[in-house]
Design a protein around this ligand. Structure first.
Ligand SMILES: [Zn+2]
Length: 99
């Protein structure tokens, strides 16, 4: 029963993809370990996509030595002009303008 996929019933199927998300390697089903709502999961996913996009476009960096290191920022959602907004954890300054 443990580690069984609740969707396809495969045993030992669930593998972790993050601290809160596991995925069935058989069918791809993704329940969450702590049963966070689908809405929250969508938000977490949106944040990950936003970070990926920001790093790819150079708005944020994956280099810890850069001023705009992504690890120092929190995703704050979509702001005016459909621009993803990020807030610095310490300075509380936003990155969010169209550049
Ligand atoms: Zn499954």
């Amino acid at each position: 029963m443990e580690n069984q996929c609740e969707k396809c019933k495969q045993n030992n199927a669930m593998i972790p993809v993050s601290s809160t998300i596991v995925e069935c390697r058989n069918c791809g089903h993704r329940p969450t370990i702590d049963k966070i709502s689908a809405e929250q999961y969508g938000e977490a996913n949106a944040a990950r996509v936003a970070f990926d996009k920001a790093i790819a476009s150079g708005r944020l960096s994956d280099n810890p030595n850069k001023w705009n290191y992504a690890g120092d920022y929190m995703y704050m959602g979509i702001g005016a002009g459909d621009v993803d907004q990020f807030k610095h954890r310490l300075s509380r300054e936003y990155i969010g303008g169209v550049k």
